[in-house]
Design a binder for this molecule. Structure first.
Ligand code: UDP
Length: 244
């Protein structure tokens, strides 16, 4: 796998934040739709049990290591390690810094009612000139999907952020991307809209720098403990994983 690092079978692009940003810029001005995902150890472990998620991650245009655990795993195994952590939240923020200049148009899809709107309001304040041309919450029924697709098309957004949690967001993106007329980049962003709306606070930079953002999130949301319990299992499986 060229420029990819195999983490328990999931090919992760070995890119820096700047390289990931550049790729997104190229996708946005291309004439095809590109899927971008940001797996952490939980998602990699989920992919080992969920064949659909696994196959979607394998065919995505860009897969970046969101969690420090994925980077650590790459250092524990043979071969080239991942260059750095590329947090999905930061990646999206960095696209927004250049959004006005590059003419990106965003659609925020997902999270609880009101969150996508609040996130849009705050991002407009943070990044003057940014175009966020549509929002929609992530609690819908099967029969609402045609309406959601129409709304995304009407927004003419070329970057669609999908915040439905994994594996729902990955499956949604893969299932409906062919029906979106203007979308060029579709990113599965997990809880990022909650972060942008200020509902969930990002860890202080000091925690992020020493790779302890997960620990901060655990203190703030102790219910995540069951989800995080997969981390030791993930690292042990990495130790015993034989790359094909
Ligand atoms: N969510 C949603 N629809 C659903 C289930 C979840 O919109 O049917 C949203 C939820 O409100 C939250 C996000 O998906 O904003 C998932 O966040 P989580 O913390 O699980 O994501 P992570 O960043 O940990 O992957």
């Amino acid at each position: 796998m060229q420029n990819k690092v195999d983490i328990l079978g999931v090919p992760i692009d070995n890119v820096t934040m700047d390289e990931a940003l550049e790729k997104i810029g190229a996708f946005a001005s291309s004439d095809a739709v590109h899927m971008v995902f940001t797996p952490n150890p939980e998602i990699v472990m989920l992919a080992r049990e969920n064949a659909r998620l696994f196959s979607i991650l394998k065919k995505a245009s860009l897969v970046v290591p969101d969690g420090i655990g994925v980077v650590i795993a790459s250092r524990m195994q043979k071969g080239t390690p991942l260059k750095e952590r590329v947090a999905g939240y930061d990646l999206v923020q960095n696209t927004m810094k250049e959004a006005a200049a590059k003419g990106y148009k965003y659609y925020f899809f997902g999270s609880k009612p009101g969150i996508a709107d609040e996130a849009a309001k705050r991002m407009r304040e943070t990044y003057p000139g940014i175009q966020i041309t549509g929002t929609r919450d992530g609690y819908f029924k099967e029969e609402d999907i045609p309406d959601i697709i129409e709304d995304i098309n009407r927004s003419e957004a070329n970057i669609v952020l999908v915040a439905l949690g994994a594996p729902k967001q990955e499956i949604w993106i893969d299932s409906y991307k062919h029906l979106l007329k203007h979308a060029r980049v579709m990113i599965g962003v997990g809880g990022s809209l909650d972060g942008m709306a200020g509902v969930v606070k990002r860890a202080p930079v000091a925690f992020q720098k020493v790779g302890l953002e997960w620990f901060y999130r655990l203190i703030k949301q102790p219910t995540r403990i069951t989800r995080m319990a997969v981390l030791p299992k993930f690292l042990v499986q990495t130790l015993f994983y034989n790359k094909p």
